[in-house]
Design a binder for this molecule. Structure first.
Ligand code: C5P
Length: 235
């Protein structure tokens, strides 16, 4: 299997619709139609509006449902099958759920979309991992990346700083999706180590999750187009 490469630079952009109301999400999606590759619907919007949020956003482009499933395999498989029915193209699961759970998610989603596995949340410190009896992130991230892809996950979510190690661990055919991306010159918000879009792609990212630099811009479409231009420009 060879991962599908975005045909055009704008298709690498996943805009995180982290807004509380469906109206705001719909308005952003309408403004960004054709200027980004994916719309990420996260827990906030899904908790508030459920499948209606996916349906409303899917009218404007492909939907990435970021719900990070983590449960017993049967429950995850059944949830993934319902998600497949919503017309979602990408859905996240926790690799920490284990190989059988990741396999179940892939089975449940079937051909409707791709499972993306999250390894270690970047909010979890090595101290917290140690308290749970887990190896430091430098060991655990590549280990879980291999476990998840070995279980059939075609893609992974990883922080910019982990891209190189994860790419080395899983090879060229896995889709890598990275948040914590900030255009050159922009603030980093709460990301301790942000990468620019071009840096993230150079480090092996296929898709770039960008939220506030687009959603809070005065002109979201212009902000997305500026990121696309920075990807298209020679490094
Ligand atoms: O607004 P911003 O670009 O920081 O949004 C980033 C998105 O990526 C948010 O939806 C956030 O939950 C998600 N994310 C992240 N850092 C991680 C994992 C996910 O920022 N390590």
């Amino acid at each position: 299997m060879t991962r599908s490469q975005p045909a055009a630079p704008h298709q690498r952009i996943v805009v995180a619709l982290d807004v509380p109301t469906l109206e705001e999400a719909r308005s952003l999606a309408a403004q960004l139609t054709g200027a980004v590759g994916w719309f990420k619907v996260g827990l906030e919007l899904f908790a508030a509006h459920g499948p209606a949020a996916v349906e409303a956003i899917a009218a404007h482009g492909p939907v990435f449902l970021d719900v990070k499933l983590h449960d017993i395999p049967t429950t995850v498989e059944r949830a993934a099958a319902r998600i497949a029915g919503l017309g979602v193209g990408l859905v996240t699961v926790h690799a920490q759920g284990g190989a059988a759970m990741v396999e179940a998610a892939v089975r449940g989603l079937d051909d409707a979309g791709e499972v993306l596995a999250v390894t270690v949340l970047t909010s979890t410190s090595d101290e917290e991992l140690a308290a749970m009896g887990v190896a430091p992130a430098g060991t655990q991230v590549p280990r879980l990346a291999q476990l998840a892809t070995g279980a059939g996950a075609p893609g992974l979510v990883c922080a910019p700083r982990d891209l190189t190690a994860v790419r080395d661990a899983v090879g060229p055919d896995v889709r890598l999706v990275t948040p914590g991306v900030r255009p050159a010159g922009a603030g980093t918000d709460d990301h301790a180590r942000a990468a620019t879009p071009a840096e993230a792609v150079a480090a092996g990212a296929d898709l770039l999750v960008v939220g506030r630099p687009i959603t809070r811009a005065d002109d979201p479409r212009a902000a997305a187009e500026a990121i696309t231009a920075s990807l298209a420009a020679p490094a």
